[in-house]
Structures are given as structure tokens and as C-alpha cells.
Design a protein around this ligand. Structure first.
Ligand code: SF4
Length: 462
């Protein structure tokens, strides 16, 4: 990073020269919280190069799209959005257009961009994000186009610490504790584009957590593709529960969430810690993906339905107020209606607070993309609708059952649809709206639930 700071300083002058005024930068983020965290680092570096944050593409001198590779058709959407930028470039040739993120780790996508979008000057992958000042410097010094998507042959993850971060304005700050993934679920592109799993040193995480608390953020969201396996490979191994314990010991008025957990690595030690903690929210995102052991095997998830349910039962026994959210893939290749019914029954047993449901979409390069997939999309849509209807019923019943309960709420912002109302997030993860004229965003308050709707509560200050 010392090396990069030199470019960062040089770029201030060069950008001013190229633009003729204080440059404005716009970073558009696609995909998950990990990408949001990366964009905060990109913007942090740009601010340190003298840029101001632009509201949108039209106001910007530097436009960067931080891409996501998870969903099918994402390339088509990206290509069409990048195509739109051509007009901006024609109107003002000094603007600088760049692409980064997971999709730039895919050779075919990069080849297509190089061939068809000559006005994209900067292309870089996730592994070299920290070298952005240097890559930008090469463009500002006259190179027509700079492409750097891999760091070395092995695409191994290395962690660049001490990058400047331009955090969002809300009450929550994200904190990346690890990068990459070793799990190779058969449908998932992440291990190919993000590389092998690597954990940050706990001292660095604690340093950043202290910074976040000192800046006044009230919620820390710990991020990683599989936070439950945090610590493997460190010189002095430490597990996720031990790291969480160190963070919750920090002084200050804040709470902690984390994502994403993998059921195969979720331990009882972790559940015990959450149950005892006053700062870790009793709200766990635990993606199950399927309720059928046969499908779980095909997905290479490496746990069984029974193992998953035993974790849920244990957590509910230790924390009667715990809530779960999940991800479900419907219509995995070879999944039958009987398999699907097992997913449905698992969901009815767990009673998720909410679920993120997807119809299977093949990602080229993954094992699942090669599997025979005989069930028509229309049929899968019917299954999905059945699942969503069941979930709506559960949400309505469970949220109504919360009426009269008093919950700890972190206020987030004034409600846009109701004058004098505030929007907050309950410890259990639900959004709650309530009248509160004199309460500031970022306060912890007690709120009584007066109405449990399908996807949020209404309440009153208790
Ligand atoms: S755990 Fe599985 S689904 Fe999650 S990122 Fe890793 S490979 Fe993908």
C-alpha cells in the first residue's frame, strides 16, 4: 500500500489536469454486500485522489461499475448498461470509464469488453483492487487502456490492509473479515472468481472495528462468503466464535450482525456465544438451499437436512427469540417434485422470518451447469410460487404473534411515507415503523409492536 499511496498522490495532479476541475467519481455496485464493501474501498481511494462523489453517471468524470457474476444474464444486462455509457464518452472524451468486480475475473467477459467496448479504458479484477491507483496512473500517463484481472498465476488471494474506506451514511458499517471461498458448491461461481478462502488477521479486524465504533456507527456487519470457517490458515488459528467474542468485548454502544454462515461449519460453540451475548443479534442468516438430502449431495453442500434442523433446534432451545433467514434454490438440476416437497416441509418446520428464493440458473464453468435439467422452467415457477405462498402465510402468522411485544430497535432514518414516523431495525432483523418526532437516527430505543404485517411491523415507543 505504501507503493500505491505514491500513485494516489500523483493522480491528484493528473486527474485535475485531465478534467480541468475537481473530478467527480461515481461507483455503481452490483451484487452482494462483499461488493458494496469493495466499492467503499474504491471510493475511499478516489476521494484520496481528490475526487468528489457524484450522484450518478451523468455528473461523473470517472465512472466505475463494480460487477457481479452470480446470476445468469448478468453479462447481457452489463453489456447493455456499458453500451449506454458510450454517448457520455462521445459528449465528453475526458471522462474515464472502468469496470471491475467478479465479472472481470471471467476471461470470456473481459474478451468481449476488450473487443466491443473500446471506450472502456480501465478493467481490473477483485484480486488487484488495491492496485487501482497504479492502474489509473498508467491511463493518466497516456496508456490507452489498462487491463489487470489476475494477480499472478495462482489467482491466490492476498489481503491488502490499510486501504482508505469511504463508508456509507447509514447506521451500519460493514467489515470484511475474510475473502474467497473453498467450498465449491456445484452451482456457484464464487470460488472461481473470488479465489481461495483467506482470513484477515484478528488484530486488523479489531483495529477496524474500533475505528467503526469511534466513527459513531451503531451496527457492525461482519462479512465473508463463509464466516463460520474464519481463521483457518492463519499463523495463530482462531475460530469465528473467538473472533466474535473479541469484537463484542469492545467498549461502545453497538450491535453485531454477520453473513454468510455455512451450516456445515456452524458450531454449537457459536450458537452458545450468540445466546449469551448482549451485542450479537439473535438473527441468523443460515442458507439451507434445499431440504432434500439427495439434492444437497448434488449441490455439494456437505450437510444433511437432519444436521441443519438439529442446529436450528439447538439455537431455538438456547434463544427462544432467535429468527432465521435463508436462501433457497428451486429447480436444481434433477430435482423432483418430491425433493421440492422436502424443502417446503423444512421451511414449514424452521419457520423462517424471510427467505431469498431463486429458480436455478446455470453458471458456465460450474459443475451444475453440466447436469441434466429436465424440469421445464414453467414447472419450477409453479414450485417457487408454492414456496412463496407458504412463506407469506408463515410471515403473516409469526409477525402477528409479535403484537404486544417490546423490542430493542436501532433507528435508521425518518419514514418517507409517513410524516413524523421513524424507520428502525429490530434486533430480530425486522423493519419497524413508529411515530417518533424527537428520536434521532442511530438511537437504540424500545418499541412495542402494535401491528405485525407480512414484511414489517408497526409500533409505538415503549
Ligand atoms: S459457500 Fe457455496 S454458495 Fe457460498 S460462496 Fe462458497 S461455493 Fe458459493
Amino acid at each position: 500500500m505504501m507503493h500505491q499511496w505514491q500513485f494516489l498522490c500523483e493522480n491528484r495532479e493528473l486527474l485535475l489536469h485531465r478534467m480541468g476541475h475537481t473530478p467527480r467519481a461515481f461507483v455503481k455496485t452490483f451484487g452482494c454486500q462483499g461488493n458494496v464493501a469493495d466499492s467503499e474501498k474504491i471510493m475511499g481511494m478516489l476521494i484520496n485522489m481528490g475526487c468528489e462523489q457524484a450522484e450518478d453517471e451523468k455528473q461523473a468524470d470517472i465512472i466505475l461499475y463494480n460487477t457481479c457474476a452470480i446470476r445468469e444474464n448478468a453479462e447481457i444486462r452489463l453489456f447493455s448498461m456499458v453500451g449506454e455509457l458510450k454517448r457520455l464518452k462521445q459528449a465528453n472524451p475526458s471522462i474515464l470509464i472502468g469496470l471491475c468486480g467478479c465479472m472481470m475475473q471471467q476471461d470470456e467477459v473481459v474478451r468481449q469488453i476488450r473487443k466491443s467496448y473500446p471506450f472502456v479504458e480501465l478493467i481490473f479484477g477483485t484480486h488487484v483492487l488495491h492496485t487501482m491507483p497504479e492502474l489509473l496512473n498508467r491511463i493518466l500517463r497516456g496508456e490507452r487502456r489498462v487491463v489487470n484481472c489476475y494477480e499472478g498465476e495462482g489467482r491466490e488471494n492476498r489481503i491488502a490492509e490499510h486501504l482508505p474506506i469511504q463508508r456509507g451514511q447509514g447506521v451500519q458499517a460493514s467489515l470484511q473479515i475474510m475473502y474467497g471461498c473453498d467450498n465449491f458448491c456445484s452451482y456457484c461461481i464464487v470460488p472461481y472468481v473470488r479465489g481461495r478462502e483467506v482470513s484477515r488477521e484478528p488484530e486488523e479486524i479489531i483495529r477496524e472495528a474500533k475505528e467503526i465504533i469511534a466513527m459513531g456507527y451503531k451496527e457492525i456487519l461482519l462479512l465473508g462468503q463463509n464466516v463460520n470457517s474464519y481463521g483457518k490458515g492463519l499463523e495463530h488459528p482462531i475460530n469465528f466464535a473467538q473472533l466474535l467474542h473479541q469484537i463484542e468485548q469492545l467498549e461502545g454502544d453497538f450491535r453485531i450482525r454477520f453473513m454468510t454462515s455455512h451450516p456445515k461449519d456452524c458450531t454449537r460453540e457459536l450458537i452458545d456465544l450468540i445466546a449469551q451475548s448482549k451485542k450479537i443479534c439473535h438473527n441468523i442468516h443460515l442458507p439451507v438451499q434445499s431440504g432434500s438430502d439427495r439434492v444437497l449431495g448434488q449441490m455439494n453442500r456437505r450437510y444433511t437436512r437432519e444436521h441443519y434442523l438439529s442446529l436450528i433446534r439447538y439455537a431455538k432451545e438456547k434463544m427462544p427469540d432467535v429468527t432465521f433467514t435463508t436462501d433457497i434454490i428451486v429447480g436444481f438440476p434433477g430435482e423432483t417434485y418430491e425433493d421440492f416437497l422436502q424443502t417446503l416441509s423444512l421451511c414449514q418446520e424452521v419457520r423462517y422470518q424471510c427467505m431469498f428464493t431463486f429458480i436455478f440458473s446455470p453458471r458456465p464453468g460450474t459443475r451444475a451447469a453440466q447436469m441434466p435439467d429436465p424440469v421445464p422452467y414453467k414447472e419450477k415457477t409453479k414450485w417457487l410460487n408454492e414456496l412463496i405462498a407458504a412463506q407469506h402465510k408463515i410471515s403473516e402468522e409469526d409477525n402477528r404473534a409479535m403484537e404486544g411485544k417490546v423490542l430493542s430497535v436501532l433507528t435508521e432514518h425518518p419514514a418517507q411515507d409517513r410524516e413524523g414516523w421513524m424507520v428502525g431495525r429490530c434486533e430480530n432483523g425486522m423493519i419497524i415503523k413508529f411515530p417518533a418526532k424527537d428520536v434521532r437516527a442511530g438511537s437504540f430505543v424500545k418499541v412495542k409492536v402494535t401491528r405485525g404485517l407480512r414484511s414489517e411491523y408497526e409500533g409505538e415507543l415503549a
